[in-house]
Design a protein around this ligand. Sequence first.
Ligand SMILES: Cc1ncc(C[n+]2csc(CCOP(=O)(O)OP(=O)(O)O)c2C)c(N)n1
Ligand code: SF4
Ligand SMILES: [Mg+2]
Length: 303
Amino acid sequence: MNNPDVQPLTDTLHIPQPEEELPHPMEEFLRTERLPHIWCSTCGIGTVITAFITGLQKSGLEREKVAVVSGIGCSGRAAGYLRLDSFHSTHGRAIPFATGLALGNPELKLVVISGDGDIIAIGGNHFIHAARRNINLSIICINNFNYAMTGGQAGPTTPIEANASTAPYGCYEFPFNLPHLAESSGAVYVARWTSLHIRRLTNSISEALLKPGFSFIEVISPCPTLYARRNRLGTGLDLMRFYHDNAKIKHGTDTRKLDIEYQDEIIVGKFLDKDKPTFLEKRDDFLKSKLGDKFVPYMGPKA
Ligand SMILES: Cc1ncc(C[n+]2csc(CCOP(=O)(O)OP(=O)(O)O)c2C)c(N)n1
Ligand code: SF4
Ligand SMILES: [Mg+2]
């Protein structure tokens, strides 16, 4: 029997017609005019972008108050595809570039999205000093264990035994344990996920964005074209299966125990979340204690 108080479902539901073009749900945050992107099929970087956009939406931060900086590399292309105040800087210099923005406009939340080579090799010195100072930056380091863009060279996260174009018999250098490097340099928030852990990565990104100070998220990500091909590890999908079977969630693990051995267990989770004055808070408190009323803190460009 027809009830006049009940609206028919067809009146409330929008049923798309085949000829109708639906906007992508993330279109608002993507520079669609720059698509198609450069990344290979089943590369993990796109997943990180999805997690970042969702994490940003979840954080509730106003997009005008967020800026993203990348360096150079496949991962370093991230900023260029994001419809935010986003900057594609030079190799290894994303952190000092972002630091300048953070100090120039303390209202901004700065995010650096870049690769293991960019952030930890050529940019390694900037990384440790920004962490030491507790600059208000969130770092998302996409670790694919090699310099992908330039042909698969070994870098500071390549595991011992892994083959690379500069390590044809396998890599024999000790790699960095990134969560431990971040914590021991002064970070206040440290997590590691893989690009399979999209929901957990999204939540971590959202938490890190809301955390004042230097936060660090490592994302282990497939590079099927170079790292996986050289090491005969299969496609991106095979690497995702590897993460599924070998990544173990162990929140709160002592970061000294987070080394990654070649094709072995990968411990993921949130390892550190603590409070400490940021660089600007510390500077202002310190100078106020020395100068008293003579000290006038810098409040940003609008002050
Ligand atoms: C000053 C300088 N040195 C070297 C290069 C060449 N270069 C471009 S990207 C890159 C490595 C990028 O590796 P990573 O950050 O891990 O990014 P991926 O491509 O693996 O995502 C290098 C060495 C450069 N562009 N500028
Ligand atoms: S070379 Fe590797 S990291 Fe670069 S886009 Fe292709 S799969 Fe991704
Ligand atoms: Mg890399």
